[in-house]
Ligand binder design. Sequence first.
Ligand code: ADP
Length: 509
Amino acid sequence: MFKKILIANRGEIAVRILRACRELGIRSVAIFSDVDRKSLHVRLADEAYPIGPAPSRESYLSIEKIMDVARHSHCDAVHPGYGFLAENPALPRACTDAGLTFIGPPAEAMEALGSKTAGRQLARRSDVPTVPGTNDPIEKLAEAQAVAQSMGYPVLLKAVSGGGGKGMRLVHSDAEFESAFRDASSEAMNAFGDERLYLEKYLERPRHIEIQILADNHGRVVSLGERECSVQRRHQKVIEEAPSPIVTPDLRKKMGDAAVRLARAGGYVNAGTVEFLVDQNLDFYFLEVNTRLQVEHPVTEQVTGLDLVKLQIAIAAGHRLPFAWETITPRGHAMEVRLYAEDPANNFFPSPGKILSCHVPSGPGIRLDDGVYEGWTVPNDYDPLLSKLIAWGNSREETIARLRRALEEYAVTGIKTNAGLFLRILSDPDFLRGEIHTKWLDELLRRPNAATADSNADETGSAVSNAAAIAAAIWQATQGGAPSAAVHECDTPSRWKLEGRRAQLDREP
Ligand code: ADP
């Protein structure tokens, strides 16, 4: 087993990983940029080293600096977390060159499965259904337009190197095609340095359901079941749960089989996620593979009783997975909300700043994967994810009741958070019935909130506010009625996802 692991990340995920290290008796090494000197991950790690100024290109994305710290601190392995360098094959390669173990998939598997078009090609060859569309990057606009005509509109133009919803355009007709194509390629070029696009049929109101897989170095690949991530704002996940309200044991088995087949075909090792869209007929279609630990991994942990980070470390150390996937059935129900420093009343604009006071929830069935503390200043430089609040219960109903209770206990002042939005979602009749789809939250936010806003709470910046009501009202007022259904509305894409992919492209020839 390893003696010392460098955690090439920050925030709640760095804290999550170092906690696993501590439980395994492995020393943890944190890295930090100038603005993160007092961060929670730095405080809790066994050792911590500065790696440069705030911009992630000069710190968390610098493989050279990270390798220097790993060598000087005598680490034997590197855990990338999610975002930043987690999906960049240059990191596992640099680890191999430096004689370090990378806690994640081999670089070749990242390449075979990580790119959206490469993943689609492998899925087709592995008999895994894909959303209809092109499997190669589009070379000529006219060709793509012909494909769109034959599939029928609406279609979705997507960036080959996409992430965080950037470079996506919904196209309803031939007349819109050319300008949408130009807009999407220039957005993709700006975001990823890669203008290539491909085309998918736009599925109306699908669910996003993904399969967590684990694969060891000895040929065992297992599915740990699904997570439902259909509650999304502008195509970015906001709430995740396991099991999905609509997945039957039979569908779980079929989706798990497909995910395992694909992982095997790509030579996958370690933890990964195969994402699918599921339509009203419960037909599922491959979307993409995330070749890393996901933000939402705790919901799988809560219903399987497994510790995914410890298993990642064990796999990287060469251990065999100690169970077959037939033995994994979800127990109870788990749900996660992503608490962000953002202002729902101001179009979810990031709200960094000093946390003046912070009361965090606890009690039965509650887990908080935290990255902050009272008195700390949330920097403006990174994704403003504060913490993930996860509830577990015997049933979906009990889980929701616990999550609501915990959100009511949660109180932070000094910054705005999106906690009020979750209270609105968790009492919505559609949500309670599990009748959700990927456009459901966007549609909810366009409707005025019937609940009355708690102006007092809002004045103090308390998280326990009815900010969602105000957000919906203000959103409507500022947007001038119903917004268009365009997917490119994503003005606040996940920053870690974008930056990680950008860095990857910087390194490609
Ligand atoms: P990114 O990597 O940019 O986040 P994904 O391909 O993972 O993009 O898709 C993100 C979300 O966008 C999905 O969960 C879904 O809500 C929506 N989406 C993507 N492709 C389609 C499609 N073909 N039809 C309908 N919605 C889609």
